[in-house]
Design a protein around this ligand. Structure first.
Ligand SMILES: Nc1nc2c(ncn2[C@@H]2O[C@H](COP(=O)(O)OP(=O)(O)OP(=O)(O)O)[C@@H](O)[C@H]2O)c(=O)[nH]1
Ligand SMILES: [Mg+2]
Ligand SMILES: [Zn+2]
Length: 214
């Protein structure tokens, strides 16, 4: 395992320096299956695809359904089928970067395979990780799966519209996250209804500006 992670890390650093040279900010989106990663990307492309040059790498175990959902936004998309693999690694990202015209992309989203565990161990060369948690999964997920939350720059708490139908405790969710990672940003959204999406869009634009200024 250590050898695998070391080799992954070396390739991730290569990817990171290529993206830095090309001024591409890469965001590695990680969540359990169904938390709302693709829906968040749909909302993001809807609002930003005509202002910011967006690209997407869709990591999926099987099918190209998520990539198809994003096709209507007329952005470059590459689908990686892991054929059973439960995470993406930096070698698979490095291989597909050649399919993008990196001189004409500002923001590259990677939708990782739905899984809260190993995707957080594999650096892809991203600028930062974005965690997505949905309210129906329970407020205890950050404490039970800490690795993602200690490493992420922000967490989207999605499906806030469903809180009335669950026992989700937002205060205890936030306390657990902040104790793991005091600097993390928490954004509450309903990706289907639109609440919180403007805050998310404002935040991602600010990240892009500071990436380009650094
Ligand atoms: N009620 C509600 N449903 C949502 C919300 N966001 C996403 N969904 C629904 O949740 C389901 C899963 O959403 P996806 O966006 O496909 O989730 P995902 O994280 O991309 O799923 P995988 O790629 O399979 O891991 C879909 O039926 C969405 O319509 C939300 O904010 N509220
Ligand atoms: Mg998806
Ligand atoms: Zn895995």
């Amino acid at each position: 395992m250590k050898n695998i992670l070391d080799r992954n890390q070396n390739k991730a650093e290569e990817v990171r320096s290529l993206l830095r040279e090309k001024k591409v900010m890469m965001v590695n989106i990680i969540s359990s299956p169904g938390a709302g990663k693709t829906t968040l990307l749909e909302r993001t492309c809807e609002s930003l695809a005509d202002k910011i040059r967006i690209g997407v790498i869709e990591g999926d175990v099987a099918t190209d359904r998520d990539a198809r959902r994003l096709q209507k936004y007329d952005i470059p998309i590459v689908c990686i089928n892991t054929e059973g693999g439960c995470h993406l690694d930096s070698h698979s990202i490095s291989k597909v970067l050649g399919h993008f015209d990196l001189d004409h992309i500002d923001l590259l989203f990677v939708e990782n395979v739905g899984n809260l565990i190993c995707p957080s161990q594999f650096d892809l060369g991203e600028t930062f990780k974005l965690a997505v948690v949905s309210t129906t999964e329970g407020d205890d997920k950050p404490a039970k799966y800490p690795m993602l939350f200690t490493g992420a720059r922000a967490v989207i708490l999605n499906k806030t519209d469903l809180i009335p139908y669950t026992n989700f405790n937002a205060a205890s969710f936030e306390t657990d996250i902040v104790s793991l990672n005091p600097g993390i940003t928490i954004i509450k959204t309903s990706a289907t209804r639109g609440e919180g999406i403007d805050e998310w869009l404002g935040w991602i634009i600010t990240q892009l500006k500071s990436f380009n200024a650094s």
